[in-house]
Design a protein around this ligand. Sequence first.
Ligand code: ADP
Ligand code: ADP
Length: 228
Amino acid sequence: MLRFEQVSKRYADGTVAVDDLNLDVAEGELVTLVGPSGCGKTTTMRMVNRLEEPTAGRVLFDGRDVAEYDPVRLRRRIGYVIQQVGLFPHRTVLDNTATVPHLLGWRRPKARQRAAELLDLVGLDPAVYGDRYPDQLSGGQRQRVGVARALAADPPVLLMDEPFGAVDPVVRERLQNEFLRLQAEMRKTVLFVTHDIEEAVRLGDRIAVYGQGRVEQFDSPAAVLGAP
Ligand code: ADP
Ligand code: ADP
């Protein structure tokens, strides 16, 4: 579903963030990218939805170079969740979630109905939380809205960049469990960035262990844990 072929990214200032990366992600697979800060994980993700362009090599989505896609259409098929989810502060939780269905051309009642279903899916009762504003939510709840919004267009691919990185450990564990349950049903193709090896092992079907700009190991959780 996703394939990186000899992908490199050098930023304008000369920093080589990704260096000759090769990686394959099967349909329905959840791959975690793990490694220390600055090793190129975020850059890797951002080349999938064309927030960055590779300086060499290519990234394939469904067999086609992402460079050939219209970026807007591409991003409709690739959900994106980041650590500090940017919600519209002056819109309610329901309206924040309904934005994407609305942009897809759905009529307002249908978009709101869909938004309510998505909030339910991520464990937020729309009757309780739908009319709140983002600053009336806890950090964990805001991240849930971010996941709901990323799922709104029903994209086959999800990019998640430390989505649970800013919440406390107890909430994080709950969000991880909920996400695993959701993924068991949805079977999205997921790239999940984390610097936490425990999280990587817990969530990943396979784990890409990053060194500087490269994948040093790409294997099952058991194999990664068993490594010397
Ligand atoms: P990670 O997600 O693993 O923390 P990043 O992909 O964010 O790593 O960064 C990889 C390297 O690229 C780091 O050295 C970082 O400082 C550098 N980098 C990231 N974004 C830019 C940018 N826009 N311009 C220059 N260097 C950048
Ligand atoms: P979570 O486990 O989802 O992170 P918290 O433990 O942070 O939740 O919050 C517990 C409860 O407090 C939640 O029901 C949340 O709605 C409420 N809450 C947290 N922050 C605020 C806030 N700024 N305004 C109103 N309610 C809040």
